[in-house]
Design a protein. Structure first.
Lengths: 370, 356, 374
């Protein structure tokens, strides 16, 4: 693929990686035209590693993983290109017999809201054992036994009783543990967690994230952790991909990303996190503007309209992912943060009072920079 | 939605898909417009040429209609874009024709359709022949079927429109009052509607009609009984929703009396969804009236209604199917058209409701 | 849960009272003297007197009502005016089984057809199959039942070659399609699926050939009771067409309403979870999707049964079946009031009880209500 680079974790050996996504493009047919939800994504995950995907709503992070898991509605989805390899084998062209016991066994997924992702009128036990009985052929008793074990592993107390209860009888955190149990039932090699804690209380969030990390270590699973919250990926992932408008705009080891972020969007995300050290009444820094319309994407950098660094070049062509000295750190920007070109661009814009894209910069921005 | 369908379709499915794409390409091409006159021509041949066998004529009619429809759709799409719904406009056209014919029935050059004495000299049970004196044939007593169908349309429309009006007015006002005042009026209202709705509809109709003398007015009122509880409940539900909204409170805070609030704020908003249901209710009532006259408990001969015309032909359906099927087809197309219009009206004015 | 059911049952009593009152008061709606309405203009005073006594018209209204109600509750619905040796209760007992059989058969058939159809069109929403079935449903719903019945009679009874050959064509095409699909399901791992399709094709072929050969002549009118000596086959032969007509409308209504519900359910997140588990589509449809939709299905079925019980009037009249509907409708023209009143009362009571049952069943089956959390 000419316009994207394959991003390797740097630890790839001779064995084929657990999951290798190359140039993935997923478009949707809508009334207004073709919506390019994902427009060329590439990444690799190895067993036991965690990849974090960060981005705001509409960035394409959910579509990416749902496309990988083959969960998108076929009538409106166009698989416009790219490949997805699982242990070296393409999963786009699985034969029917192979596909039957692939999803849910090799790869599993948990979703954002456990109240809606569990069937409200079916008992918990049945929902857990559905996969066990279909994929592993367990008998009802065996499946029940295994379900009990799973509930123990995820930390649900009084598991025996819970099996016969309905989702609405459990608390939010408990329900999410159940969905994790369901996902782990057939011991998948890869777990995808799509915003697993967004719908939960803050106190419960940490518990669930800790649980996920712990389970991953125990079972040696690979994991993709999707979130819009940079704080979630800190310390819990090895690598982070930042997505915007259907593309990866920055990719790095987690530590590198936080210490040395390059893309203005990543910086903006980071700055928008409220920090406990700040004095009271500190104004929250939102990112101005809105995500671009993906039905008619601009041919240039998608973030230009909201970027403090925007220069005329940004409005002409879209920057491609490239890496600097560190091959594990790539970003798609002409005037990245922390580089001479970037700082110059920002200074020019502040002096002007507006970016080349017309975004007004006020004293606040100047103050932050100065 | 196929979790296991990860390869492109093969074999017969792909061929079929390609055929459909080809068909769609042809259909989208402007030459399709020609199908309209071609189709109409085919229909005409089938209708007029009596030397052809019956089967062949029906086939021609079918093919002709299909072609004409496609041509019509192509023209419409060309002029008004892809949102053009040929079915809807055909429905509107048909209903317009029926209404006009019913209103101006007396001025149309029809053969005798009402007076059996005058029809004594006419041939009875004559088959339809399009350009003769009796284009749609005659019935048992020599009365013209085309005329009967038109006068029957008049009765159907009169009865159903009257019943719907009464139903919406009475039911709507009762429901609004019940919903706005709550308390005792609401309890009484609930009681009456529950009781009316406790009867299976046709049985209720039969029971009422059993006692009364069936004329256009009495049948209309009996049919209105069917509509009042449903309209009333709908009005009440809408009132409950609207009464809590800010603009009612705003009116009250400006000092508007309760009556004023009801008339000027609530009723316009409550009645709009009711009106959108009006079409569908009319269709249901036309069928109900026809059922009654079919069972010989509604309006009876010699006044022709669609129902009693079909009933009259029932015994001879084998030898003379036209006596049943001509009024039957007219009735079906009319009811279907009204339903179609009603669906579109509902989608436009009451978007919360899902259509069938 | 008793707390939710009890008020509904209590509500039943006043409604039934009003139903009985309404039915009773029908007599009062008659313009003029009911006796004359029944006997005709040339009735002698003596005859009028007899009818007055029979109808109890000598007593005041309130007394009459309570006597009538009391009698009705104990099972005495009065006597026919026309045939004084037949009590209305007898007539009802004779007529009710026929109506019930038609209604229950129609309901069963329509559910068996509508549920798979709804699942298929919900799953394949927006495709040609869906739109064709939607148009078909709209057509059927706009077709008045008596017209549908007459059309079916015209073809099945009087011109049987057309439906017979149509069945043959459909059966053969279906068999061929299944054969093609079974060949398509290549690969050794999918042997059970191929075998299933082959067996299906064979069964369909056998059925088509058998039906074509053994095509019975459908009767124009009449009914053969299950209790008569003629057996089930004869009964089926007589009920086929009436049930077909009744079921047709119900299938159209059920399948579209259930489809809407299923589409809403299918867009829920837990369906996505089930798919992520790798559960095959048809299993998701039947297990995960059907469950939440089953509540509306029960309501639909209950309402449908009520509609059927009240609506068999037309069908019974056309097909000459002596059920409740025909009893009521037929005696309206003769002004045999006790029969009409008794019949209406029975039908309305059954209808009310049915609706109550559906209400209660709904509360019982929804686990959120049952456990008292709603």
């Amino acid at each position: 693929m000419a316009d994207t680079q394959t991003l390797h974790s740097g630890l790839a050996g001779d064995k084929a990686p657990l999951l290798e996504v190359e140039g993935l493009k997923t478009y949707f047919r809508t009334n207004r035209g073709i919506l390019k939800a994902v427009d060329g994504i590439s990444f690799t995950i190895d067993a036991g590693k965690t990849l974090g995907i960060v981005g705001e709503s509409g960035s394409g992070k959910s579509v990416t993983v749902r496309s990988i898991m083959n969960l998108l509605p076929p009538a409106v989805t166009i698989n416009a290109g790219g490949s997805v390899l699982h242990k070296g084998q393409s999963i786009r062209s699985l034969g029917k017999a192979q596909a039957k016991h692939f999803w849910g066994v090799e790869m599993a997924m948990i979703f954002q809201d456990p109240m809606t992702s569990l069937n409200p009128v079916m008992r918990i036990g049945r929902q857990i054992s559905a996969g066990l009985r279909f994929h592993l052929g367990l008998s009802r008793r065996e499946a029940r036994q295994r379900s009990l074990e799973l509930l123990d592993v995820v930390g649900v107390p009084e598991a025996e009783r819970r099996l016969d209860e309905y989702p609405h009888q459990l608390s939010g955190g408990m329900r999410q543990r159940v969905t994790i149990a369901i996902a782990l039932a057939c011991q998948p090699g890869l777990l995808i967690a799509d915003e697993p804690t967004t719908a939960l209380d803050v106190t419960v969030q940490k518990q669930i994230l800790d649980l996920l990390g712990h389970l991953q270590e125990e079972q040696g699973m690979g994991m993709i952790l999707i979130t819009h919250d940079l704080g979630v990926v800190a310390g819990r992932t090895e690598e982070v991909a930042v997505m915007y408008a259907g593309r990866i705009v920055e990719f790095a080891d987690t530590q590198t990303l936080f210490a040395d972020m390059r893309h203005p969007y990543t910086e903006a995300l980071f700055e928008s996190i409220p920090k406990i050290e700040h004095p009271s009444h500190t104004r929250l820094r939102a990112i101005a503007g809105r995500p671009p319309d993906l039905v008619d994407p601009p041919g240039h950098c998608a973030f230009a309209a909201r970027c403090r660094h925007a220069q005329p070049r940004c409005l002409e062509e879209a920057p491609q992912l490239r890496h600097s000295d560190d091959p594990g750190h790539s970003f798609a920007c002409y005037f990245p943060v922390g580089t001479p070109e970037g700082e110059e661009a920002l200074a020019v814009n502040i002096a002007r009072g507006a970016t080349s894209a017309g975004l007004l910069l006020g004293d606040y921005d100047a103050k932050v920079v100065g | 939605m196929e979790a296991s369908d990860s390869h492109p379709p093969q074999g017969a499915m792909a061929l079929g898909g390609r055929a459909v794409r080809l068909g769609r390409h042809v259909a989208n091409h402007n030459a399709v417009i020609l199908l309209l006159p071609v189709g109409l021509g085919i229909i005409l041949i089938g209708a007029v040429d009596s030397s052809l066998s019956d089967q062949l004529r029906w086939l021609l009619a079918l093919v002709g209609w299909a072609a004409a429809f496609l041509g019509f759709r192509a023209i419409g799409r060309l002029k008004w874009g892809n949102g053009f719904e040929p079915g809807l406009w055909l429905a509107i056209g048909w209903v317009a024709i029926v209404v006009l014919a019913a209103v101006f029935a007396d001025f149309l050059p029809l053969a005798e359709a009402l007076d059996t004495v005058k029809a004594l000299t006419e041939p009875s049970r004559k088959r339809p022949e399009l350009f003769s004196r009796h284009p749609l044939g005659t019935d048992n007593q020599g009365l013209d079927i085309l005329g009967g169908v038109i006068y029957g349309a008049r009765i159907s429309l009169q009865v159903s429109l009257l019943a719907v009006t009464v139903g919406i007015l009475v039911g709507g006002i009762a429901g609004t009052v019940a919903g706005y005042f709550r308390g005792i009026p609401d309890i009484i209202f609930g009681f009456i509607t529950d009781s009316l709705l406790a009867f299976p509809p046709l049985v209720l109709l039969l029971a009422v009609v059993a006692a009364i003398n069936p004329t256009v007015w009495t049948i209309s009122l009996a049919l209105a009984l069917l509509g009042i509880p449903t309209m009333g409940r709908l009005a009440r539900a809408n009132t409950l929703t609207f009464a809590q909204r800010e603009f009612v409170l705003a009116a009250r805070s400006l000092g508007a009396s309760r009556r004023r609030v009801i008339f000027w704020e609530l009723i316009p908003n409550v009645f709009r969804p009711l009106l959108s249901y009006a079409f569908l209710i009319v269709a249901v009532l036309i069928v109900a009236e026809a059922s009654l006259s079919f069972l010989n408990v509604g309006i009876s001969r010699p006044t022709p209604t669609w129902g009693n015309m079909i009933a009259a032909g029932e015994g001879k359906v084998k030898e003379h199917p036209h006596m049943v099927f001509i009024p039957g087809i007219v009735m079906f197309v009319t009811v279907y058209s009204i339903n179609r219009i009603g669906d579109a009206a509902r989608r436009r004015w009451d978007p919360r409701e899902a259509s069938l | 849960m008793l707390r939710t059911i009890a008020p509904k049952i209590l509500h039943l009593v006043p409604v039934l009272l009003v139903v009985s009152l309404g039915t009773f008061l029908l007599l009062e709606l008659v313009p003029g003297d009911p006796a004359i309405a029944f006997l005709g203009e040339e009735a002698t005073p003596a005859e009028i007197e007899i009818v007055h006594l029979q109808l109890g018209l000598d007593k005041p209204l309130v007394d009459r009502y309570f006597i009538w109600l009391g009698d009705a509750v104990t099972g005495d619905l009065g006597t026919s005016l026309m045939f004084p040796q037949s009590t209305v209760t007898d007539l009802v007992q004779q007529a009710m089984p026929l109506t019930l059989q038609l209604a229950v058969m129609a309901l069963t058939v329509s559910l068996l057809l509508a549920i798979p159809l709804a699942m298929w069109t919900a799953y394949r929403e927006g495709t040609t199959v869906d739109r064709v079935s939607g148009a078909g449903a709209a057509v059927i719903i706009s077709l008045p039942p008596f017209l549908a019945a007459l059309i079916l009679i015209y073809f099945f009874v009087f011109n049987p070659t057309l439906p017979k050959h149509l069945l043959l064509v459909v059966g053969l095409v279906g068999t061929l399609a299944l054969l093609v699909k079974s060949v398509q399901a290549g690969g050794k791992e999918l042997r059970p699926e191929r075998a299933r399709r082959l067996v299906g094709a064979l069964l369909l072929l056998l059925f088509t050939l058998w039906a074509f050969n053994k095509w019975p002549t459908w009767p124009r009118i009449g009914f053969s009771r299950l209790t008569s000596g003629n057996g089930f086959g004869e009964n089926l032969r007589h009920t086929f067409l009436p049930v077909f007509v009744l079921a047709m409308t119900e299938v159209a209504i059920f399948s579209r309403l259930l489809r809407t519900d299923l589409i809403a359910t299918l867009s829920e997140d837990f369906i996505l979870s089930a798919r992520a588990k790798g559960i095959p589509t048809w299993r998701i449809l039947t297990q995960d999707a059907l469950r939440p939709s089953s509540f509306s299905l029960i309501t639909l079925a209950g309402v449908g049964l009520g509609r059927l019980i009240g609506g068999t009037v037309i069908i019974e009249t056309i097909f000459g079946i002596q059920g409740m509907g025909r009893m009521v409708a037929g005696n309206i023209t003769t002004n045999d009031f006790p029969i009409v009143q008794g019949g209406v009362l029975v039908i309305a009571t059954v209808y009310v009880l049915l609706n109550l049952f559906v209400d209660v069943a709904y509360s019982y089956l929804d686990p959120r209500i049952r456990r008292g959390s709603i």
